[in-house]
Design a protein. Structure first.
Length: 131
């Protein structure tokens, strides 16, 4: 249903399959379309929202996400495999923070240790105060 519309068809990059964020946008739009047209409680208001807000928003976001991309950009280069996953920043801090949120929120939260150095390197920040 996305490609029925000229603006969407023109702006969908050829490499859309290699962009998880584009695939998520298309999946969400499909489910919104089903809710607007096929669900037992579908309404004309949902259909109007789909046409006026949802579809144009997805077209705009897809254009922003992959505007200058092509299939060639997804080929391996510089010894890195194509499509390598991004590194989640500070992922090792997740378990202690989640535990604190879930079980000990009234106590002092875990303090950043090595994460501060990692964030400084990643962000090009030398430290020495608040950002």
């Amino acid at each position: 249903m996305y490609l029925r519309y000229a603006d969407a068809a023109r702006l969908l990059p050829e490499c859309w399959l290699w962009h998880p964020e584009v695939v998520e946008e298309l999946l969400w739009l499909m489910y919104a379309w089903h809710a607007a047209y096929r669900d037992d409680d579908a309404t004309v208001q949902r259909a109007g929202d789909w046409h006026d807000r949802y579809r144009p928003g997805v077209v705009r976001r897809i254009q922003e996400l992959a505007r200058h991309c092509s299939v060639e950009n997804h080929l391996p280069r510089d010894g890195q495999p194509a499509g390598s996953r991004p590194v989640v920043p500070l992922a090792e801090a997740l378990a202690p923070i989640a535990d604190w949120w879930a079980t000990r929120r009234g106590e002092t939260p875990p303090q950043p240790t090595g994460q501060l150095g990692q964030a400084a390197v990643r962000d090009g920040w030398a430290g020495g105060g608040r950002r």
